[in-house]
Design a protein around this ligand. Structure first.
Ligand SMILES: [Zn+2]
Length: 61
């Protein structure tokens, strides 16, 4: 799992590098929307969520 709550707010960690985005929201859906606005991509694989930062999602097609 690459998302965690830090101080009541969601953080999304890239699964491919050390990039992470700290959102301003404790609401998961709002936080995810914020992460997506930062270029993050969320995808599900074998029932688990994974996240890629903007750079990693661009470097792989
Ligand atoms: Zn990355």
């Amino acid at each position: 799992m690459s998302s965690e709550r830090v101080g009541g707010r969601w953080r999304f960690q890239c699964d491919n590098c050390t990039e992470a985005v700290d959102t301003a929201s404790g609401n998961f859906n709002e936080a995810l929307a914020e992460a997506k606005a930062e270029g993050y991509r969320a995808y599900m694989l074998s029932g688990e969520w994974f996240h890629r930062c903007d750079g990693c999602s661009r470097s792989r097609s």
